[in-house]
Design a protein around this ligand. Structure first.
Ligand code: PLP
Length: 356
C-alpha cells in the first residue's frame, strides 16, 4: 500500500549504538526520544531489545509513553504536563519535566491517591525562550514549596535549547544550569541525579570537549534518526541518514505549462502563489499531500526531479529533467528530514513498513 514509510530498523539501531557508545564513553546517560515516530512500538521494541543502549525512553506526549508501558525502561515525559492530564502522567511516566508549581501540586495530589512518589526534573530556560524557569528567584522560591509536597521528589534539572529561539548550547549557558544544580544540592539538600544538558544540538560540545563534566544526561531524538547533530547539521561518522524512506505513487503524469492559466485568486491554503515561467514541463502528481507530509522535507532520491508544490492530497513533482520515464503506478522515493519523519509517522494514510 502507498504512500508508505519504510523504516530500516538495522540502520536505526546502528545509529543508536553509535550515539549510545559516544554518550557512555563520556559518562552521559541517554534518554532516547521517541516522539518523531509517535513512539511506534515496533521501532522502540527493536531498538531496545538485546542490547542495553538506552537509559530512559522520553517523549513529549503521555499517550506515546502509555503505549510503551510494557517496556521496562524508565520513562520521561519531556513536555511539561497539562493540568488536565496529570492522572495519566502519574500512571505512565516515571519522571516528568516541570516548570509550574500549580501543575506540580496537581501531580502530587494524583500521586498521593495511588501511593506513588513521582519524580520531577526542574526545567530551566537558559535563553531559548520555550519552557522552563527563566527567573532564578522564581525557581528557588518554588523549590521550597515543592519540598513540602509529600509525593513529589526532585531528581534533577534540565534545559532545552535550539528549539524555539535557535540558541546554541555553550559552556556559558550550560554552566548556569550546573550552578543551579549545585545550589539545589548545597542549599536545599536535594540529591540531583540528573543534569540534562539538552538534545541533539548539544552533541557537538562532546566533540569539542566543551560539555561540562557535570552534565550527565542528554535527550536524543534526531541524531539517532538522521545521524547528525543539530547545532550545525554535521554528520556523525558511521551513521545512516536513510533509515526512513517515503515511497509515493504516481497518479498522473502530463505535459503542462509551468504557469497557471486564468485570473489569479488564492490557493487551497489562502496564499497568493507566484510562478516562474519555465515553459512546458513534465508534471507528475503523487498520491500524497500536506495532510500527510511536510512538503519542504521531501528530498527526492532521483536528483533530477523537483517537488514544485502540493495541496492537501496531491503533490506535484517536475520530472522534466529526469532520466527515468515515470508511468502511472510507478513509485517515487524520498529521503526525509525531521519534520518529514514526524508528519509521515503521524499520518494514518501513510502505511508503515519495517525492514528488520
Ligand atoms: C524533542 C525534544 C528533545 C529531542 O530533540 P532532538 O533534537 O530530536 O534530539 C529533547 N528534549 C525535549 C524537551 C524535547 O522536546
Amino acid at each position: 500500500m502507498y504512500p508508505r514509510l519504510e523504516i530500516n530498523l538495522k540502520k536505526l539501531k546502528n545509529n543508536l549504538r553509535i550515539i549510545s557508545n559516544l554518550l557512555r564513553k563520556n559518562k552521559i546517560s541517554l534518554a532516547m526520544v521517541t516522539k518523531a515516530y509517535c513512539a511506534d512500538i515496533n521501532i522502540v521494541n527493536e531498538l531496545v531489545k538485546d542490547e542495553n543502549l538506552v537509559d530512559y525512553l522520553a517523549d513529549s506526549r503521555i499517550e506515546n509513553l502509555k503505549g510503551l508501558s510494557q517496556i521496562n525502561i524508565p520513562k520521561i515525559l519531556l513536555r511539561i504536563p497539562m493540568k488536565s492530564e496529570v492522572e495519566d502522567v502519574i500512571k505512565y511516566a516515571d519522571i516528568s519535566f516541570n516548570s509550574e508549581y500549580e501543575t506540580i501540586e496537581e501531580l502530587n495530589k494524583e500521586a498521593k491517591k495511588i501511593n506513588k512518589v513521582h519524580k520531577i526534573v526542574i526545567m530551566v530556560d537558559l535563553g531559548d525562550l520555550r519552557e522552563g524557569y527563566f527567573v532564578e528567584k522564581d525557581l528557588f522560591d518554588n523549590i521550597k514549596k515543592i519540598q513540602d509536597l509529600t509525593n513529589i521528589s526532585i531528581v534533577g534539572v534540565a534545559t532545552n535549547l535550539t528549539c524555539y529561539g535557535a540558541i546554541l548550547p555553550s559552556e556559558k549557558n550550560l554552566s548556569k544550569l550546573v550552578s543551579i544544580a549545585e545550589r539545589l544540592e548545597k542549599d536545599y539538600n536535594i540529591d540531583i541525579k540528573i543534569i540534562s544538558g539538552g538534545n541533539s544540538s548539544s552533541l557537538f560540545l562532546i566533540d569539542e570537549n566543551k560539555l561540562l563534566s557535570k552534565i550527565n544526561n542528554l535527550r536524543i531524538g534526531e541524531a539517532i534518526l538522521l545521524g547528525r547533530e543539530t547545532a550545525y547539521g554535521k554528520r556523525i561518522s558511521g551513521t545512516f541518514n536513510d533509515a526512513f524512506k517515503l515511497i509515493c505513487e504516481v497518479i498522473e503524469n502530463k505535459e503542462k505549462p509551468s504557469v497557471p492559466i486564468g485570473e489569479s485568486g488564492v490557493d487551497a491554503f489562502g496564499n497568493k502563489p507566484i510562478f516562474e515561467d519555465k515553459g512546458i514541463m513534465q508534471r507528475a502528481i503523487l498520491g500524497i499531500g500536506r495532510q500527510d507530509i511536510s512538503i519542504d522535507s521531501l528530498n527526492p532520491i532521483d536528483k533530477d526531479i523537483e517537488v514544485i508544490g502540493a495541496s492537501s492530497d496531491h503533490t506535484i513533482v517536475d520530472v522534466t529533467k529526469s532520466k527515468n520515464k515515470y508511468s502511472i503506478g510507478d513509485k517515487i522515493e524520498f529521503l526525509l528530514d525531521y519534520s518529514g519523519i514526524m508528519t509521515a509517522s503521524t499520518s494514518k494514510y501513510v502505511k508503515k513498513y519495517y525492514i528488520f
